[in-house]
Design a protein. Structure first.
Length: 68
């Protein structure tokens, strides 16, 4: 038995059900922040998540690095 449905879909039933449920859900809003809101005039900041601190910084090449 191949698990194929009548329409030829070979994906597992659980995956098909999850995708069907997700398709009817409204899209989650993703919060968009400019890095200046986090860093201000500086090049790094500390972000606290649960009980851990993470350092977000801008490298000399203008890239963002997040480290624990």
């Amino acid at each position: 038995m191949s698990g194929r449905t009548a329409d030829g879909d070979e994906r597992p039933a659980a995956l098909r059900q999850t995708e069907a449920a997700t398709a009817t859900m409204p899209a989650a809003r993703i919060r968009r922040l400019d890095v200046a809101m986090l860093l201000g005039d500086g090049r790094e900041c500390i972000i606290v998540h649960r009980d851990s601190e993470y350092r977000l910084r801008i490298t000399s090449q203008g890239k963002l690095i997040l480290t624990k």
